[in-house]
Ligand binder design. Structure first.
Ligand code: FAD
Length: 381
């Protein structure tokens, strides 16, 4: 009997896993004992970290896109289609285009995050973002024309992708405006929903003095409730109102609807064991990357490490051995602290982050990592 592994989502986690399995299970794939199918709802693999650089004119959105067919091993069946229903009792998937449902023996959910700006009245009309390809392009136009006034960066809701990216944006904007001789005419305010500037207390403690040094104003306990696009105001549930001339937000995030519809977790995030990455509510289902609710940041590095763990576990299961690989919470992140300096953090469930002193070398390391990402996606790094 051929065992069918289906990976749902061809982003960072799903693509790394597909290539990992092609390598790890090569004998079984060659013998026809296993089939690996990767399903993605578009033909391209999208590398989202590129979007941070688009508003500053440093990268083009196309730099973050490559055809999945070029990245995925030939031994993997690549289906460009959208899964519309997961039946975990019958172990079946239904599709937008494919007429027949398909059975799986093992399912891996790697469906990522989606943006939900409509949750905040006025946000779709009033706010800009760099958390989508179209948003980053529109923001580039607005940022170029912005020569004086109040720029507000508001982090709305959590979890969101790359918890460091809001800090990176204000640090880069501060530097970018300084380089262009505009900073004295531009006020920058950063708002965050809880009592500090980042979810992780160690990163928050490191970042806050840098923000003070750069004259970046901070509003904590600011949970955006409503945007007034005409009046150019953003109001928080706590009752604070800020006037803005340019509003950049990290919009509310959610997972994909079909997760909740399948009873696997709330808001599209899959309830999992944070070490085995097995879904709580169904057998033979794993989740990894953003959609796996492990409490670690929604980051590509996390998806990458988790893919290695799920790959090892699946290979053990296919070979009838106990699955022992476990995810230790490993997270790695470069944090831009300007246009030509960055810090670096590495942490896990047991060891908290300790940000490295910002340096030009770390900035170039981040850019080099972004370039080498395409080898990571192929499973070569
Ligand atoms: C501006 C920005 C900067 C970032 N910077 C960094 C960084 O520096 N370092 C870092 O580690 N991370 C960074 N991230 C976060 C990183 O991009 C994400 O955490 C990562 O992409 C998550 O990988 P994933 O595989 O879980 O999901 P994704 O990469 O989002 O992939 C999910 C895939 O599933 C597909 N899909 C969803 N539903 C379906 C369905 N029903 N049927 C078929 N296909 C479906 C989607 O189309 C998508 O291709 C950044 C993110 C942003 C937005």
């Amino acid at each position: 009997m051929t065992e069918h592994i289906v990976i749902l989502g061809g982003g960072t986690g799903g693509t790394v896993l597909a290539n990992d399995l092609a390598d790890r299970l090569e004998p079984e794939l060659d013998a026809g004992n296993v089939r690996v199918t990767l399903v993605n709802d578009g033909p391209d693999h999208v590398y989202k970290p590129v979007w941070l650089y688009v508003p500053f004119g440093q990268r083009e959105p196309d730099d973050g896109r490559r055809p999945l067919a070029e990245l995925v091993d030939d031994d993997v069946d690549l289906w460009i289609d959208r899964v519309t229903d997961i039946d975990t009792d019958d172990q079946r998937l239904r599709f937008r285009d494919r007429a027949r449902s398909v059975e799986y023996d093992h399912l891996v959910l790697a469906t990522g995050s989606t943006l939900a700006p409509e949750q905040i009245p006025g946000l779709p009309e009033g706010g800009h973002d760099y958390y989508s390809e179209s948003g980053s392009i529109a923001l580039r136009e607005n940022l170029l024309e912005f020569t004086d006034g109040h720029l507000v960066l508001s982090v709305i809701g959590s979890p969101h992708m790359c918890p460091a990216a809001p800090l990176e944006f204000v640090f880069m904007a501060d530097d970018w405006f300084r380089e262009r001789g505009l900073r004295d005419d531009i006020e920058i305010t950063y708002t965050y929903p809880i009592q500090r500037v980042h979810g992780n207390p160690h990163i928050a403690e490191w970042a806050r003095p840098l923000m003070d040094d750069r004259d970046i104003s901070v509003e904590t306990f600011f949970n955006a409730d409503e945007i007034g696009p005409e009046a150019q105001t953003i109001t928080s549930m706590e009752g604070t109102e800020l006037d803005y001339d340019l509003l950049v937000t990290i919009p509310p995030h959610a997972g994909v609807d079909l997760i909740e519809e399948a009873g696997l977790g709330d808001d599209g995030w899959v309830d999992v064991d944070k070490r085995t990455l097995e879904a709580d509510a169904a057998d033979n289902v794993y989740a990894l990357g953003d959609t796996a609710d492990t409490g670690v940041p929604n980051a590509g590095s996390v998806a990458h490490y988790q893919a290695g763990v799920v790959g090892q576990r699946l290979a053990s299961e296919i070979r009838g051995r106990p699955a022992t690989a476990s995810y230790d919470g490993k997270t790695l992140c470069f944090i831009e602290t300007g246009m030509d300096a960055a810090s670096f953090v590495e942490f896990d469930y047991e060891n908290p982050p300790s940000p490295a002193p910002p340096s030009e070398k770390l900035h170039w390391s981040k850019l080099a990592y972004n370039e080498s990402y395409w080898l990571t996606a192929r499973g070569l790094l």
